[in-house]
Ligand binder design. Structure first.
Ligand code: ZN
Ligand code: ZN
Ligand code: ZN
Length: 431
């Protein structure tokens, strides 16, 4: 399952007809910013470059923090001009430290850069000195601390609401000069799209669809069946060729390891490449195909850009291989067919699969939702119905406890069992 977005300009209504840049999406007609796609940043050459430069730029974060602290101190003493100039220095530095947070034009157009620095510094100052905004910000911090990665939607919804309130307060304050000349409503939409973008990998595909539709409009976000992979989540699913267990594998991992039989293999190419995606243009209905490996394509009829939301982890993986090569260490090359773990026999296979499910409950209980785990259980035990799968989870719970599974793992298994029994009773014929 994959998601595609057709971007439409909220300022002038035009399509986005040329992307040019990956993370920040601009209207092809009026140049307003229309969206932010954080997943695309992780797929970009700019991100690869940033990872390479990171050791060099990292000390800059301390200097950034010093400037922000100095600004806060000055603001406390009522020296607003001084606070603002500290913040301008901080923002200027941040543009190099975290380039993904700023439209790429700030590195090409000096006048735009100055406008953006003035705007961002002003914004940060309001966050420090305006009582309404900073009170809301205290709430934002508290909500973020309460984030449950296994069920992040309530946190995200609360954050969206608080951010909306902060931004509408901001719009009433004098002194704002939007660097793109965008009205507050459009700026708000971009800010919310940044916020949502960071949470997408943690959401289920259904939640992702509804959150994105709430930001970009119902007709602009489309779900595409047929793509075999969930292209956004933190983990991709991998089936072990030896014991048949399905398992979660980290996006940027350098190898896949089966939590059941413990075999190890190179990451299969089909998991790290973006598959071909056939969909329709959200604007004119014409069919469009996003080719393998491509993030977006313009509609052949109306020119609207249709873009997938995806993340393969390839940039991180290449970076790790590169860093290892630079260190002079020879990474033992895994043969294409992998290296076996515990020998799998018809007698021990089921127990290995159940062990694999137990370990995954222990490792991922705080990171995934039960609806995601239940799919791994179903696919790993395809020969059973849901009632029989629920019964097997008792053994999984024993194995989980034996491997020091904690309260979160116990709860995940209990919720999964309940989900399986609910669907089992719902599909039973009446009478
Ligand atoms: Zn426009
Ligand atoms: Zn296995
Ligand atoms: Zn079209």
């Amino acid at each position: 399952m994959a998601l595609v977005i057709r971007y439409r300009c909220h300022t002038c209504g035009a399509h986005v007809d040329s992307a040019g840049q990956i993370t920040w999406v601009r209207c092809g007609h009026c140049r307003a910013l229309v969206g932010y796609d954080w997943q695309a940043w992780f797929e970009s050459q700019e991100y690869a470059e940033w990872l390479r430069r990171y050791p060099e730029i990292a000390p800059g974060f301390t200097d950034f923090q010093k400037e922000v602290d100095a600004a806060r101190e000055a603001a406390r003493e009522g020296l607003m001009d001084e606070a603002e100039s500290c913040l301008r220095r901080a923002v200027d530095r941040a543009m190099g430290l975290t380039p993904q947070h700023y439209p790429p034009e700030v590195h090409q157009d000096p006048a735009y850069r100055q406008r953006y620095i003035r705007y961002d510094a002003w914004l940060r100052l309001q966050w420090m000195v305006d009582p309404t905004i900073s009170a809301l910000d205290t709430e934002v911090q508290a909500v973020c601390r309460g984030l449950n990665m296994g069920d992040p939607l309530p946190t995200l919804e609360k954050l969206l609401e608080l951010t909306r309130r902060q931004l509408s307060r901001l719009a009433t304050l004098p002194g704002a000069e939007d660097p793109d000349g965008m009205p507050p409503r459009s700026r708000t939409q971009v800010a919310l799209s940044c916020l949502v973008s960071a949470y997408l990998p943690m959401l289920t595909p259904e939640q992702r669809l509804s959150v994105l539709r709430a930001i970009h409009g119902v007709n602009n976000v489309r779900e595409v069946e047929g793509a075999s992979l969930d292209e956004v989540s933190l983990y991709f699913d991998w089936q072990c060729p030896r014991c048949q267990l399905f398992s979660f594998q980290g996006r940027g991992a350098t190898a896949v390891i089966c939590p059941g039989c413990l075999c190890k293999a190179p990451v299969p190419a089909e998991l790290t490449a973006l598959s071909t995606l056939s969909t329709r243009c959200g604007s004119c209905g014409h069919s469009v195909t996003i080719s393998q490996g491509e993030m977006e394509v313009p509609c052949g009829i109306c020119g609207a850009i249709v873009r997938r939301i995806a993340r393969t982890g390839s940039v991180e993986r290449d970076h790790i291989f590169e860093a290892i090569a630079r260190s002079g260490y020879e990474l033992p090359r895994l043969p294409e067919e992998g290296v076996p773990g515990v020998a799998v026999t018809p007698e021990n296979r089921l127990e290995l699969v159940l062990m694999g499910l137990a370990r995954q409950a222990n490792w991922y209980a705080r990171l995934i939702q039960p609806s995601r785990y239940v799919e791994v259980v179903r696919r790993s035990l395809p020969e059973l119905g849901d009632t029989a799968r629920a019964a097997r989870l008792e053994r999984v719970a024993q194995l989980s406890a034996a491997e020091h599974g904690d309260e979160a793992a116990r709860k995940l298994l209990e919720q999964t069992r309940a989900l399986l029994l609910r669907t089992a009773s719902a599909t039973r014929l009446p009478g």
